[in-house]
Structure formats: C-alpha cells, structure tokens
Design a protein around this ligand. Structure first.
Ligand SMILES: [Fe+2]
Length: 490
C-alpha cells in the first residue's frame, strides 16, 4: 500500500494506491482544513486516506534537497534552511512510520499523467511555475515488456526561465493574487482589446521564445513600468499574456511531439483550458489528468513507486459522503428554484467540480448568471461552465468527436443567445461532457433533465462559500445552506 504525498507549496495532497494499482483515495488538504490552497498536510486528510489501508511505503513528490539548492539560488534562504519541512520531519509529525522514497518534481507530474492515460507510449510535456529546477520538461514515456513505466527526459528548461512564473508575474501585475488567481487572468483575456500591441509587449519579456528564455527573472514580478506608456489596460495585458502562453505551448508541441503522436500534458499550466484547446490540434490525442498541478503529484509519486499503469476509473477519489445520487430531489429543486447544490458520494480530485460537489442551475435565460453570481460573489465577467450529455454536445458546441469529461478545454457555443450564463465574452464555453461511462448519477440526472425540459445542459459550478475550498462533507454543506439559503442535496 503506497501513500503518495505532496506538500509545502500550495494545495497539498495525498493519494493511496494499493498493490494492484487501484487508486483507493486521492484528496486535497484544503478540503479538510478549510484553508483554500492549504500548503500543509493535516490529520483529517491523512486519516481519511489511511482509512482505505495502512501505508507500507510513502512516496514523496519531489527531491527536497535539489529544491533547497534552487531556493538558495533564488534567495529564499529561510525556506531553504527550514529543516522542519523535510519529508522525514513532516511524516514523523503525522506519525507516518513507513519508509519514504522521494522522486523528482517533474517526473512525478509526468507519471501522474502517463500512468493514468490510455496511452502505451507517448510524449509527455510538463510545464509549471517552479518546483526544483526544471520549469519545462519533455519526456518519452512507454511501458517495458514487464509493464513498468519508463521515462526518458529529452529536453528541459530551468528556473528562472518559466512559463508558469511568467503567467503568475502578469497575474500579479494586473492586481491579482499570483499562484492563485491565474484562472481569473485567463478569463480576463477574452475582454482584451489592442490585441497586437499587447501581444508584442508581452513577447518582449522573452529573449528566446523557442527555448523558453525570459529576459529577466520574474520570480518577484514584472517591473511596474513595463507596460506603462503602451495604453494597454489590464484586460489587454491579460489577452497578450494568454496569446503568448498559447504560442509558447504550441511551439513546444510542434517541436517535440509529432502530429501522429499522443501527448500527455501536465503541470499547473495544464489548467489553462484555453491553451489546452489549441494544443489538441497539434497532436494525435491529448490526455491531461484532471489534477495536473502539484497536488496531483501526490498521485504521480505513488504511480512511480507502484511502477506500472494505474487503474484510472475517474476523478471521484476524495472524501466519501456515502449517499446515493439524489436525482429526483435535484430535479425537483431545479424545476422549482432553478438553482440547487449537490454534495454526495466521493469528492472530485482536482480543482473542477464535476458533479459531486457542485452548484447546479437551469442554464436557460438571461437572469440565471446574475442569480448564481449573487451566491458565488465573483467577478461578473466570468461565466459558468456547462455540463452536457455527450451525444448532444455537438448540437450546442463546436465539438465533433471530442469529449471533455474533466472540463479541460473550451469550445465555441453555437447557441450563445439561449445560454448566456455559460458563454464567455468570446462565445466559448468550458464544457463538461457527460458520457455513458462517466459518473452514473450525474449521467442519469442529465438524462432525466433532458426528458423533462428538452435541454441536455445544466450549469455547473463549484459548491463553495466565497473564499473557501469546495464543500467536503455534510457539515460544510449545512453551512452553505445556512449562508445562502440554497438547498444542498445529499
Ligand atoms: Fe509543479
């Protein structure tokens, strides 16, 4: 029984894998502590993970000594010399006595992707902000004759040259919180005008975009004068940065992955669903594990320790509320009140609510976006995501054979006037397709909703109180109900 752990950055996580390669548990620390993006492991998370089996080994998601050399280089002396954060110290603090093996940061990202993917051989692209030294790495990955995953690193770029750090620096520049609000920057990009100037001014931050080299170390931010005098506002700057990131990623795919090859894309930058949508045109097939960031590397570390392909059954791997999916109750609330919460079964592993910790709404009409926004209290320009019966997706979105069960790409909406709440300023939607092999409760809900309304779509956003992580258990759901007066079905 292998316990994979990641901690010490933001959004710590734990994954338990058994000796048959089954993923018994994978969860986020934040859901148990109530602290959004909690960097620290906690007893409740580990207790939940270990309720599925007693770990006989611990797999750690990075080489902390290598990371400390980078921290010394980048001037983070206090972190580098804080030995209370070694894997040994942290495991000891939580009474984890099993032997610990550490694996490289990008190798863990790669393994979390490849060993959950449907591929037997592929290229793996890992792009994140900052871990040990690597910030971009490209791998050949395959299984040997005995079924063991093999990884050969074929190219990499190192700190401080980093696509993730660049995007975080722009996030900070426009007044948002770096390492947290990057998804808001991505949403702002659709409102940017002055696209060409913004793109060119952003590109000037790169001295060699083919080899991912920045003109300067952006770890502490972009010079506040950088965009002054250009006439660009924060939306334009966001649009330029987004286009630059898309260009860099597409160049990497074109350089290292053939059109006929399969690609696994991992690292925090793989959460950029607008860029993902572009990348899929430059490879045969694209797989992104639904938790591609550092929390997901708890699964990657466990995968490396296990060695072979994991039995990936979907992202519902977190805390188990143990209830049947409350389909009839949800349908009643949707027809009466248009909005309802659902918290049932196992929580999603990853940042997207995919139907078991979700706020659902009837997506039709002009007023629903404002109503949901009253609850979510987020920027009005940000749309919500749709979940749609897979076989109806191409009627409403510019999708052909694509499926997008984990909300990892955006697609043009073909009927934006019917569904303004789920369409962004550029007429795209971050679609969750729900097929017959996806979550059976979510699937049946959508099927019955379609029979009742002739609409195969529901609005789906995460069930959380503003500023807090997603609801994890019934007590969280009760607090949500009390705060907002919206029923949460379990
Ligand atoms: Fe990372």
């Amino acid at each position: 029984m292998i316990l994979g752990l990641s901690a010490g950055f933001h959004d710590a996580g734990a994954t338990l894998v058994n000796n048959d390669g089954d993923i018994l548990f994978a969860g986020h620390a934040e859901r148990y502590s109530g602290i959004k993006n909690d960097a620290n492991l906690n007893a409740a998370l580990l207790e939940d993970a270990c309720s599925y089996g007693v770990p006989t080994s611990v797999a750690w998601y990075e080489n902390h000594w290598r990371k400390r050399t980078r921290q010394i280089y980048s001037g983070e002396w206090r972190k580098a010399l804080d030995f209370s954060t070694t894997p040994q110290a942290l495991c000891s603090k939580h009474n984890l006595r099993a032997p610990i093996t550490s694996y490289g940061h990008h190798r863990c990202h790669a393994a979390a992707g490849f060993q959950t993917s449907p591929f037997e051989r592929c290229k793996v692209l890992v792009v994140d902000a900052i871990g040990e030294w690597d910030t971009v790495s490209v791998w050949d990955a395959w299984y040997d004759d005995d079924g063991y995953a093999q990884y050969k690193k074929i190219w990499s770029q190192r700190y401080p040259h980093s696509i993730g750090l660049y995007y975080s620096a722009v996030t900070h520049y426009v007044g948002l919180k770096p390492m947290e609000d990057e998804y808001i920057l991505m949403g702002m990009a659709a409102y940017g005008k002055g696209y060409l100037t913004a793109y060119e001014e952003n590109l000037k931050l790169w001295s060699d975009d083919r080899n991912i080299k920045l003109v300067d170390n952006l770890h502490t931010g972009i010079d506040e004068e950088w965009f002054s005098g250009t006439g660009l506002n924060e939306y334009d700057i966001a649009a330029g940065a987004q286009k630059v990131v898309e260009k860099l990623l597409i160049q990497l795919v074109q350089r290292w992955c053939g059109y006929d090859e399969n690609l696994v894309f991992m690292g925090g930058v793989a959460l950029n669903c607008v860029a993902n949508s572009q990348m899929r045109f430059y490879c045969n097939d694209l797989w992104i594990m639904p938790n591609p960031g550092d929390c997901g590397s708890s699964l990657g570390a466990a995968a490396l320790q296990y060695g072979k392909k994991l039995n990936w059954q979907g992202p519902y791997l977190g805390h188990d509320m143990g209830n049947e999916y409350p389909i009839d109750e949800l349908l009643g609330e949707l027809q009466t009140n248009k909005i309802v919460g659902v918290a049932t079964g196992r929580a999603e592993f990853g940042p997207r609510a995919l139907g078991t910790r979700s706020l659902l709404a009837d997506p039709r009409g002009n007023d629903i976006k404002d109503k949901v926004n009253e609850i979510k209290r987020r920027q009005k320009f940000r749309p919500f995501a749709p979940m749609v019966l897979e076989e109806h997706a191409s009627r409403y979105f510019d999708m052909h054979r694509e499926i997008n069960p984990y909300m990892q790409g955006t697609y043009k909406c073909l009927a934006p006037e019917l569904f303004p709440a789920i369409v962004h300023a550029d007429n795209t939607s971050r679609v969750q397709t729900v097929g017959r092999n996806d979550h059976p409760g979510v699937r049946e809900l959508l099927e019955k909703w379609y029979v009742l309304t002739d609409c195969p779509i529901l609005l789906n956003t995460s069930l959380n109180i503003k500023g807090e992580p997603m609801v994890n258990n019934r007590a969280d759901a009760d607090r949500f109900e009390q705060r907002y007066g919206i029923k949460v079905c379990s």
